[in-house]
Design a protein around this ligand. Structure first.
Ligand SMILES: *Cc1c(COP(=O)(O)O)cnc(C)c1O
Length: 393
C-alpha cells in the first residue's frame, strides 16, 4: 500500500489532507515524491522557523542523540536548563519556564498557574478566564473551551467551567469581576485570521489588569520565536505579561511547548508535570534554533528578509486587488484578506500546482508563515508561482 492507502486504512480521518507527500526539504524549498519542488510559505504552520533540514540544528540533534535522548524530569537535564536560560534571557522578562510538548499543553500549564494563583485562603476564589472571540488556544478539552469560537464547542462536553468570551479587547473591562483569574489573548490572532490587536488598546489592557492584580496570559504559540520581528510579540507590543506560552517555531519541528511566567511561586513540586517535556531531544532543538535566530536577528538579516517578503507581498497584493481587500499582519506573520471566501481554496490549490505552499486562516484570509531564514531567491520564486496560480483562479 502507498502512503495514501495506509493513511486511509489506519489513520483516523480528522484531517482533510491534500494528496501530496513531501520527502525532503532544504530551507524554504520542499520536494515531493515525484521530484516536484515547492516554495514553502507555510513552514509547517509556523514551525520550521529555521527552514527544512537545517544543518546546524541537525548536527546538534545528532550529536545529542548519540549520547542520550531522555531520562524523565526526575533528574537534572542540562539542555533543558540551558534552553530555559536562553528563553528567559531573550524575553527580557524576570520569569521561569515549564516545558511541555505542544501549544495546547503550554496553554494548559498557563491555565493551571492562574487558577492556582487565584486560590487564596479566605478570599473569593478567582477562577474565570476571559478570552477573545475568534481566538484559538488548542485542541485539548480545556483549550478548546478557552478558544472563543462556538463552532469548536460541539460534541465534547461537558467542558471545564469558567471561560468567558469578550468580543474584543475593549469589551474585556466590563467582564472583569471578583472571580476573574486571568485574561488570555493572542496579540495577533493566527487561526482566527491573522488579526493583529491594536497596540494602544493592548497597553491600556495591560495597565488595567496590573492595577487590579489580574494576570495577563499572552498565547504566543504562533507569534513567539521571532515570528513578528522580536523574540516575542509581547516585546513588539511593549508589554510585560505575567504568563507567556510558546511552542510552534521554537523547536524548529521538534515538538515542544513552554509556559514562561513571573508567577514563580505558584506551582510547587507535584502540582504539574510532563513525562516528555523538556527532554534532551526537544531542549537541544530549542537551544540550537534560538541560537540561530538570535544571530539572525542581531545581524539584521531577519529585518532585511522580513522587509523584502512584505515588499513582495505588497506588490502581489497591488497587482491582484480584484481578489483581495487588504494586507494584514506583522513581520513574517502575514495575510491577504480575500474578497470572496469561495476563491480561497482554489487559490491555495492552484498555488500548490504552481509550486508554492500557502495557508488559510479564518474564513477569508490567505496566510503566509514562511521560514524566517527564507532567501530572496526563494521569495522571488514563490511569488512567481503565486502570480501564475492566481491567473488560473
Ligand atoms: C497552534 C496554536 C495552538 C495549539 O498548538 P498545538 O501545538 O497544536 O497544541 C495554540 N495557540 C495558538 C495561538 C496557536 O497558533
Amino acid at each position: 500500500m502507498n502512503t495514501k492507502e495506509l493513511d486511509k486504512k489506519y489513520i483516523l480521518p480528522t484531517y482533510a489532507r491534500a494528496d501530496i507527500e513531501f520527502v525532503s526539504g532544504s530551507n524554504a524549498t520542499l520536494e515531493d515524491l515525484n521530484g516536484k519542488k515547492y516554495i514553502d510559505f507555510t513552514s509547517g504552520i509556523g514551525v520550521c522557523s529555521v527552514g527544512h533540514a537545517n544543518a546546524r540544528v541537525n548536527d546538534a540533534l545528532c550529536s545529542q542523540l548519540s549520547k542520550i535522548t531522555h531520562t524523565s524530569n526526575l533528574y537534572n537535564i542540562a539542555p533543558q536548563a540551558q534552553a530555559a536560560q536562553k528563553i528567559v534571557e531573550l524575553s527580557g522578562y524576570d520569569m521561569q519556564c515549564f516545558f511541555g510538548n505542544s501549544g495546547a499543553e503550554a496553554n494548559e500549564g498557563a491555565i493551571k498557574i492562574v487558577r492556582k494563583h487565584g486560590e487564596r485562603d479566605g478570599e473569593i476564589k478567582r477562577y474565570k478566564i476571559i478570552t477573545l472571540q475568534h481566538s484559538f488556544h488548542g485542541r485539548t478539552i480545556t483549550t478548546v473551551k478557552a478558544t472563543g469560537q462556538e463552532s469548536m464547542h460541539n460534541y465534547f462536553g461537558p467542558f471545564p467551567d469558567g471561560f468567558v468570551y469578550a468580543e474584543n479587547i475593549g469589551a474585556i473591562e466590563a467582564l472583569l469581576d471578583d472571580h476573574t483569574a486571568a485574561v488570555m489573548i493572542e496579540l495577533i490572532q493566527g487561526e482566527g485570521g491573522v488579526e493583529p490587536q491594536d497596540k494602544e488598546e493592548v497597553q491600556a489592557l495591560e495597565k488595567l489588569l496590573k492595577s487590579k492584580s489580574i494576570p495577563l496570559i499572552v498565547d504566543e504559540v504562533q507569534t513567539g520565536g521571532y515570528r513578528t520581528g522580536e523574540f516575542t510579540a509581547s516585546q513588539v507590543y511593549g508589554i510585560v505579561p505575567e504568563v507567556i506560552t510558546l511552542a510552534k517555531g521554537i523547536g524548529g519541528g521538534v515538538p515542544v511547548g513552554v509556559v514562561i511566567t513571573s508567577l514563580k511561586e505558584v506551582l510547587g513540586a507535584g502540582d504539574h508535570g510532563s513525562t516528555f517535556g523538556g527532554n534532551y531531544l526537544s531542549s537541544t532543538a530549542v537551544c540550537s534554533v534560538l541560537e540561530i535566530l538570535e544571530e539572525f536577528k542581531q545581524s539584521g538579516e531577519l529585518a532585511t528578509i522580513s522587509t523584502y517578503f512584505n515588499q513582495e507581498l505588497e506588490k502581489f497584493y497591488a497587482a491582484h486587488k480584484g481578489y483581495f481587500t487588504s494586507k494584514v499582519g506583522i513581520g513574517m506573520m502575514c495575510g491577504l484578506r480575500v474578497k470572496d471566501a469561495d476563491t480561497l481554496s482554489s487559490i491555495i490549490q492552484n498555488a500548490r500546482e504552481s509550486g508554492v505552499m500557502v495557508l488559510k486562516a479564518g474564513r477569508n484570509t490567505l496566510r503566509f508563515l514562511p521560514p524566517l531564514t527564507i532567501t530572496k531567491e526563494e521569495i522571488d520564486e514563490g511569488f512567481k508561482a503565486l502570480n501564475s496560480a492566481i491567473s488560473r483562479v
